[in-house]
Design a protein around this ligand. Sequence first.
Ligand SMILES: [Zn+2]
Length: 306
Amino acid sequence: MDETKTCVLCNRTINHDEGIGVVDTYRADCPVCGRYILNGLGSIGLRSMSKDDKAMLSAYVRDVNEFGSGECRLLDFDEQQMSDIIEQYKKKSLEDKVDNFIKYLMKKTEYFGQEIEIHFTTDYPITYSKNVTEFENIFSHVKQQEFIECDMTKNEVQYPKLSVKGWEKYEEIKQSGPLSSKCFVAMSCRDDLRDAYDKGIKKAVEEAGYQPIFIEREEHNEKICDLIISKIRECKFLVADVTGQRQNVYYEAGFAHGLDRQVIWTCKKDDIENAHFDTRQYNHILWETPEDLRKKLLNRIKATII
Ligand SMILES: [Zn+2]
């Protein structure tokens, strides 16, 4: 079908693999949005969205690709979750846009003074821009602020390098994460996982000196609400236990990534085969008992949450 040969979000020509796992499901590799997984029905829904909304989803997918799990499972999100994402991305301020661009440049930079290749036509989602023109303007602004040095020409491709001021700005961005002592816990509310929370995650988070935030809800309620979003915002980091493969766990972890919060992934050992992404990209904590989970998680928090 021709339909899957252009990106549903940005209309670019994409590479795609048909029928991965489930019939009608495909993996897209878009030069603008990055990699995502979608099915036929989801494609139809997305194509009918407004251009601006699609641009925000494109920014989200690119974010997940650059700074999150690497591949975005768009097919897991329902309409409400899609519109939550779009709303969150519409709210990004000019400062958020500039910060994300600097973060991206730093991610690509291997040594001070290195020039990084930037394509206006494919890299605009990194600044949460609606289009190429917005990115060009943000680029000029970042240059005026002297965060980058670049011989500005009219070319579509630019080679900026982070200046001393840009490196300093990056340090500021890194440290501007909340000084919060809270940890959001995203996991299934299934009864048989109760002990994993009470005796595993809760204890480990507390022993590490943080306050766990776990919002109990109906097991089948996958809706993300304002309360959850605001709680995630308040947290310094998030623990995502994917045992049971609840959609909301992936979704909340995705939000935390978008807000630049660190995410620690955990999963019961006998359930890891079912995890929704390429686990090789992630260093999951695999646990067998709540006590095992407590010990491993405590070590991980101590080692990685600064
Ligand atoms: Zn795209």
